[in-house]
Design a protein around this ligand. Structure first.
Ligand SMILES: Cc1ncc(COP(=O)(O)O)c(C=O)c1O
Length: 397
């Protein structure tokens, strides 16, 4: 056989499963950003605050005391106990620390474990579009099929219970929601969530509820999905420390669910991750014990910035619905006639302001960009004045 025909018949080096997903639209954009000087970034979705000092110190002391070994696969017993107390105090939910909680490498690992633990090939998971970048790929990588439900500015980017029900088939396994939402900042009312719970009950579906932004709400209440009647048994609650405690780099989160689901997730976690880094777990204990004041201070600051950015975007002509949670504004850029990707790229090159194209979060993100306001007020104001110049130059309507 000639060399040529050998090459032609070589097997693909990577799996079809991986080929089915695309690299994150956010990452692609940040590679471009890194090559330009003097950029104001409203791009990356993480707090600009450092981790509160007392949390970092707890971890530093633990290293000095020699806490450098593996922990239990499920997470340090003291952390699980503290988490169980926290969920009881915050939501009046009783999770057994020994069997119903798992400490994960952020919500990122929680999402991956959840999908691999619950899905068989071809099972469907219903989720909103736009939504957090990992949702759909995690389903695909686990052999499942993501089923998107369009949401829009007119309905405040809330997924409609009727639209969910219209997409239920015999293969539907779960509904995946995340409120407060990334990229829109939308928050769902208890009433709307109860209607989703009703659909889940009627069709015996699991609900995966990503509540990583639960503490970052402005003038509204966050409803923990598992607190809805009969929902604790059918909900996989995912949350973590990254956003509320400004701990993105520590890589720690958790899953709370039934004994059966947590056991399945732990089986995968123990062979793939073993355990979450020990010092991050120690920091997690300190955060749960005494991190509340730091959250309050950060939320006060986000509140101020939110008012400035939402008003500023609307004044420029970029219609922006009022986000009630997280730290994102999601304005429409339709008056420029550009696609989201074109808008983000040209704004970056012409005015050195980084925003993320709405399409990084799904097809329904077309016509929008995500602006993260977890950055200083001074930078937000400067970014707004650059964006005004850009929009004045390019608006077509
Ligand atoms: C909605 C949502 N879920 C999960 C994550 C991942 O969080 P973690 O740092 O806990 O892995 C993010 C991060 O941006 C997010 O926005």
């Amino acid at each position: 056989m000639s060399t040529k025909s050998k090459v032609q018949h070589r097997k693909s080096l990577t799996s079809q499963q991986v080929e089915r997903i695309s690299p994150s639209g956010i990452r692609k954009f940040f590679d471009l950003l890194a090559s330009i000087e003097g950029v104001i970034s409203l791009g990356v979705g993480e707090p600009d605050f450092p981790t509160p000092r007392h949390i970092s110190e707890a971890a530093i002391h633990s290293l000095e005391k020699g806490y450098t070994m593996y922990t239990s696969n499920s997470g340090m017993p003291e952390l699980r106990q503290e988490l169980s107390r926290y969920l009881k105090d915050n939501y009046n939910l009783a999770y057994d620390p020994n069997s119903e909680l798992l400490i994960t490498v952020g919500v990122s690992e929680g999402l991956d474990l959840t999908m691999r633990a619950i899905l068989d090939p071809g099972d469907e998971v219903i989720m909103p579009d736009p939504c957090y970048v990992s949702y759909s790929p995690c389903v695909t990588l686990a052999g499942g099929t993501p089923v998107m439900v369009p949401t829009n500015q007119e309905n405040n980017f809330e997924i409609s219970p009727a639209d969910i029900e219209a997409r239920v088939t015999s293969r539907t396994k779960a509904i995946l929601i995340g409120y407060p939402a990334n990229p829109t900042g939308a928050v769902m009312t208890r009433d709307k969530l109860s209607q989703i719970a009703e659909v889940a009950r009627r069709h015996q579906l699991l609900v995966i509820s990503d509540e990583i932004y639960a503490k970052l709400v402005y003038g509204v209440e966050h409803t923990c999905f598992a607190t809805l009647p009969d929902m604790k048994e059918n909900t996989i609650l995912l949350s973590g420390f990254s956003k509320a405690y400004a701990m993105t780099g520590w890589r720690i989160g958790y899953a709370a669910a039934t004994r059966e689901v947590i056991a399945a997730m732990t089986k995968i976690h123990q062979y793939t991750m073993m355990c979450v880094p020990t010092m991050a777990q120690v920091a997690g204990i300190e955060a749960l014990k005494s991190g509340e004041d730091s959250i309050t201070e950060m939320v006060e600051e986000y509140k101020r910035r939110r008012l400035v950015i939402v008003k500023g975007l609307n004044d420029i002509g970029l219609a922006c619905f009022e986000p009630r949670g997280a730290f994102y504004a999601f304005p429409s850029i339709k008056i420029t006639g550009m696609t989201s990707e074109e808008f983000a790229e040209r704004l970056l090159i012409e005015e050195k302001v980084a925003v993320v194209p709405g399409t990084a979060f799904g097809q329904c993100g077309e016509g929008y960009v995500r602006c993260c306001y977890a950055t200083s007020l001074a930078d937000i104001e400067e970014a707004l004045s650059r964006m005004k110049r850009f929009v004045d130059k390019h608006r077509v309507v």
